[in-house]
Design a protein around this ligand. Structure first.
Ligand code: HEC
Length: 267
């Protein structure tokens, strides 16, 4: 939510600047202007069924698959990416989630506001402007449990912050020789780390830390943890709960067992 509010505050000053220069999107070391992007062959019209920035309405955008642009920056596998908004607000975003292209997962697109057909103003606040110049939208957001925080709008850049190992050394177990643990760490980085910290390190605190003060494997039965990951509401259920369930199309039973093996070794 924070991104949703703060990103809109300084829109006015931007729109004055926009009168002079065309907006550009930075992705890593590269910069793209709107007109350059709109001319690319990968441009598609995407329909977002429930658009969080526009009060859940159905919206259509001219957009480019985020994976296509990210692929051009030659990011290293373990690099951490942040989005930055017009007002300077920045937050980490899971590069792995953005780069998914397989059918069983949510697919990220960068929606591009065409200056010739501007989007509606955001309904959240009067005079906050539209979600442009760039807005990260998702198709099938339910498949990977994409949260509202992962739909940043008024985006101007995706910046590379550094390597995971340097930024968050405490998520790496001392012993990773076990293939299950190594695989579990990878899955944790790709999915769980978008919401959970590990040993109090990490970009997002949507969910609790998964080792401190106590590791969940120390207070949840080993048979309960896999079920929790499949369907958290089958263990604890309340209106405000945010942890998405991961179906077999996202995580196999083996994947879940690997994540649990990773949690156990840290505990
Ligand atoms: C989209 C955000 C999000 C993602 C992704 C996510 N979680 Fe969670 N998780 C939460 C939140 C929020 C809670 C707190 C309960 C709630 O609100 O549902 C939680 C709770 C938990 C708990 C229970 C902790 C407790 O003490 O009750 C465990 C265990 C857990 N998550 C493990 C995982 C694992 C493992 C993954 C990756 C496979 C993961 N989560 C992915 C948001 C997320």
């Amino acid at each position: 939510m924070r991104a949703v509010y703060i990103c809109s505050i300084y829109f006015l000053s931007f729109s004055m600047a926009a009168a002079q220069t065309e907006a550009t999107l930075k992705v890593g070391a590269k910069s793209y202007t709107i007109s350059e992007l709109l001319k690319r062959p990968e441009i598609e019209t995407v329909t977002v069924k429930h658009d969080p920035a526009y009060g859940g309405q159905e919206m259509q955008y001219e957009a480019i698959g985020a994976a296509a642009l990210f692929a051009e920056t030659n990011l290293r596998e373990d690099e951490v990416v942040q989005f930055r908004c017009l007002d300077g607000f920045a937050a980490s975003i899971s590069k792995e989630r953005i780069m998914h292209t397989s059918a069983g997962q949510s697919i990220a697109y960068i929606a591009i506001e065409n200056p010739k057909s501007k989007w509606l103003d955001l309904p959240l606040k009067p005079s906050s402007g539209s979600a442009g110049p760039f807005y990260l939208v998702w198709l099938n957001p339910e498949l990977s449990g994409i949260l509202q925080e992962e739909w940043p709008y008024q985006v101007v850049a995706f910046e590379v912050k550094g390597r995971l190992k340097d930024l968050y050394p405490r998520m790496f177990p001392k012993h990773q020789e076990d293939a299950r643990v190594a695989r579990g760490l990878k899955l944790f980085q790709q999915t769980c780390f978008a919401c959970h910290t590990m040993n109090r390190e990490g970009p997002s605190q949507v969910g609790p830390d998964l080792n401190l003060p106590l590791n969940p494997t120390e207070y949840l039965k080993e048979s309960v943890l896999p079920r929790y990951n499949r369907n958290p509401k089958s263990i604890r259920s309340w209106e405000g709960s945010k942890m998405p369930g991961f179906g077999p199309e996202t995580f196999s039973d083996k994947d879940i067992a690997n994540v649990v093996a990773y949690l156990i070794i840290l505990g």
